[in-house]
Write a protein that binds this ligand. Structure first.
Ligand code: IMP
Ligand code: MG
Length: 352
């Protein structure tokens, strides 16, 4: 059995929170991380303690789960080793494996990322060196994990281990990073990251084929946020904008959401930069659900718009929140099966 979790907006949808809930609830044998690399930060809250990960899989809370990083992912060895020692109490060292073909971020990549005017000022990258490292990888001059002695003890053939585990009937979760709108192919180019970010890309990152997939869970925040430059989707095209504005505008007026949105302040996990905030974008959600082949949606941060902090049963939600969820399901055409009502992993409504 193999499930995939991906971001449906611009990253920071709360994938870390959803994955930490699923890893404890569903008991996966393996959780594998795909995506670009340490430009992504996931925040996990477990019994009041906050953990931020940029390199190791967010599913680390469950000590019975093996943790893998797929070949498509870039590794910054310093960040990787630091996270392993920081979260030592979870025995990460004993159960984490890195594909021998993962790309490596070197100091020069970070210098290039931060020093390039186009990347720094126009694209406003995270400065973590991911773009230049992928550039070198594409030029076939990049370093790989197998070239780094400090990573030697963690190396394995992640792709084959994953496929063997699937053949043996084990339970696998593939965790995506970033979000649909940041995809190099399908996102808001040129304000994007340096790879595709859809479910197909995550499969390719870890080396698993499409026939193995059971559920694709697209995570959506109850509003839209973006860190760094680039348009929100509904600003891209005038027709789309009018359609999206009318729909969300009417709904937002009805549910009095605009006022709450104006009070939301968030900061990026990796960069600490303020996130830009906009209403839920139905066009973006629909498009990302389609292109990801979503089988279910996970809706996060519902408590920021409605009075429902910590609610764990659908029937205990306020009527307006229920209405909002139904409208999303109708517009996007996919059921909302997981609802997050707080930062703690257990503040979750599970309708699966
Ligand atoms: P890069 O991936 O560091 O090259 O940055 C390219 C763009 O993607 C910038 O706008 C970043 O802020 C954004 N970005 C990359 N990774 C993430 C993420 O995990 N969450 C949110 N934004 C991201
Ligand atoms: Mg993040």
């Amino acid at each position: 059995m193999c499930n995939i979790v991906v971001g449906g907006q611009f990253g920071d949808e709360g994938k870390g929170k959803i994955i930490s809930y699923m890893c404890l609830k569903d008991n996966y044998d393996i959780i594998a991380r795909g995506g670009v690399g340490p430009n992504a930060g996931h925040t996990i809250v477990h019994n009041g303690q906050e953990y931020k990960v940029r390199q190791i899989p967010s599913g680390f809370l469950n000590k019975n789960t093996k943790l893998y990083i797929g070949a498509g992912v870039l590794i910054n060895p310093d960040v990787f080793l630091d996270e392993i020692s920081k979260f030592n109490k979870f025995n990460i060292k004993e159960r984490i494996k890195v594909d021998f073909q993962c790309g490596i971020i070197e100091e020069t990549h970070r210098v290039r990322d931060k020093g390039d005017e186009n990347l720094r000022e126009k694209v406003q990258t995270t400065g973590s060196g991911c773009g230049p490292a992928n550039e070198d990888r594409i030029k076939r001059v990049g370093k790989l994990a197998r070239d780094i002695p400090a990573l030697n003890e963690f190396l394995c053939d992640v792709a084959m281990e994953m496929n063997d585990a699937i053949d043996e009937g084990k339970k696998i979760l593939i965790e995506g990073t970033q979000g649909f709108g940041l995809s190099l192919y399908h996102g808001t180019y040129p304000y994007v990251t340096t790879k595709d970010t859809t479910a197909s890309a995550m499969l390719s990152d870890v080396g698993v084929g499409p026939k193995c997939v059971n559920d694709v869970i697209v995570v959506l925040k109850a509003y839209t946020t973006r860190v760094g430059n680039g348009l929100f989707w509904n600003e891209m095209d005038k027709n789309k904008k009018e359609k999206a504005d009318n729909k969300s505008g009417k709904l937002l007026d009805e549910l009095k959401i605009s006022e709450k949105l104006s009070k939301i302040e968030e900061k990026g996990t990796v960069t600490g930069r303020a996130r830009r905030v906009a209403p839920f974008d139905f066009e973006l959600a629909k498009r990302s659900a389609k292109i990801n082949s979503a089988t279910m949606l996970a809706l996060t941060n519902l408590d920021r718009l409605f009075d429902c902090a910590g609610v764990r049963k659908f029937n205990d939600l306020p009527e307006d929140a229920k209405k909002f969820i139904k409208i999303i399901e109708n517009e996007v055409g996919v059921k909302v099966k997981l609802i997050s009502t707080g930062r703690e992993y257990s503040d979750t409504i599970d309708l699966r």
